[in-house]
Design a protein around this ligand. Structure first.
Ligand code: SER
Length: 317
């Protein structure tokens, strides 16, 4: 579907990733296929993601990114490229270089080349073991113990700085674990909440890499995509938080998740073999207070565990 009336020009960096691959499709429905440029560093778009312009650019390469911005003159940039928490712990130097290097490139080039709006994803990983873990407030302790979390806190502060200092309209969400069936996540701690669905249908069993009592905030991808677009479309005066908004839909334990999956997949069984990711999960909140997002720009989630599970199973099958 194209809308030739739309003047918007959008660049999505990290377009073939878990969030990007679904966001690009939604943005193209709204603004037209040609208005949304999908940018990835290596992987080539497939399926419906291929219905529009694509560029292969590594966002840590400032000259290459500058040339991309000059060719496409975006007014809006979604910068989603980055290493997740578990991958980041295996190579912290690379997590810093990729996550912060690409963000500073995007912010500087956006300021200098006339981009109006930038979106950048933060995460529950911005919190740490000294943060209150239940109903974690919007304004609280940000002392993460993963390199991924360090890049998220740093990034939040940079986003706010570019708004305060240069008036660049940067907006951000602290996503909880995101669950989707279209593109798998890569190297995150919350990946078990996606993998369990695929393994339940493929093999009838799943070995969780966290213990049964592990509770983390989560969200189904359609809610996350809608939150992202609603945040970006909200009038600027409604955006009171310029670091990053807390955002959530549900919280459940690995055991509750397994029980819900078992209700939909007969004969499903599971086991628990916590690895290094348990420690990461234990340093993050169990539940999130996102009342600022609900009040400021009207955030409202639609999917709970039951409804998400029914859709995940139906779509994976
Ligand atoms: N889902 C991410 C991860 O597990 C958190 O933002 O790394």
């Amino acid at each position: 579907m194209t809308n030739p009336m739309s003047e918007k020009k959008i660049v999505v960096i990290g377009a073939t990733g878990q969030i990007g691959s679904e966001l690009v499709v939604e943005l193209r429905k709204k603004h037209g296929d040609q208005q949304v440029v999908a940018v990835s560093s290596r992987s080539v778009p497939k399926g419906e993601l291929a219905n529009g312009p694509h560029e292969t650019v590594d966002a840590t390469d400032r000259d290459a990114l500058k040339s991309l911005f000059e060719r496409h003159c975006p007014d809006t940039v979604y910068h989603l490229a980055g290493l997740l928490s578990a991958t980041g712990e295996k190579d912290p130097a690379r997590a810093w270089a990729v996550n912060i290097g690409s963000l500073t490139n995007v912010l500087d080039l956006s300021r200098d080349l006339g981009v109006r709006q930038v979106f950048w994803p933060s995460s529950i990983a911005a919190f740490g073991p000294t943060t209150p873990r239940d109903n974690t407030p919007q304004n609280t302790v940000l002392a993460p113990t993963t390199m991924y979390g360090v890049t998220k806190v740093t990034g939040e502060l940079l986003c706010q700085y570019y708004w305060v200092k240069y008036g660049l309209d940067v907006r951000s969400l602290r996503y909880p674990g995101l669950i989707s069936y279209k593109t798998p996540p890569g190297g995150g701690t919350t990946d078990y909440a996606v993998a369990v669905y695929f393994e339940a249908i493929r093999n009838g069993n799943y070995d969780f890499f966290v213990g049964p009592d592990t509770v983390l905030p989560m969200m189904y991808m359609p809610d996350a995509i809608r939150a992202t677009i609603e945040l970006m479309e909200a009038p600027a005066e409604k955006i009171k938080v310029r670091t990053s908004y807390n955002l959530t839909a549900m919280s459940f334990s690995a055991e509750e998740l397994a029980k819900t999956v078992a209700d939909h997949v007969s004969g499903f069984s599971c086991s628990y073999s916590p690895d290094f990711r348990q420690q990461i999960a234990d340093s993050w909140p169990r539940s999130i207070d996102d009342s600022a997002a609900r009040k400021d720009w009207g955030w409202k989630h639609e999917y709970d565990l039951e409804r998400m599970t029914a859709e995940m199973i139906k779509n994976i099958k």
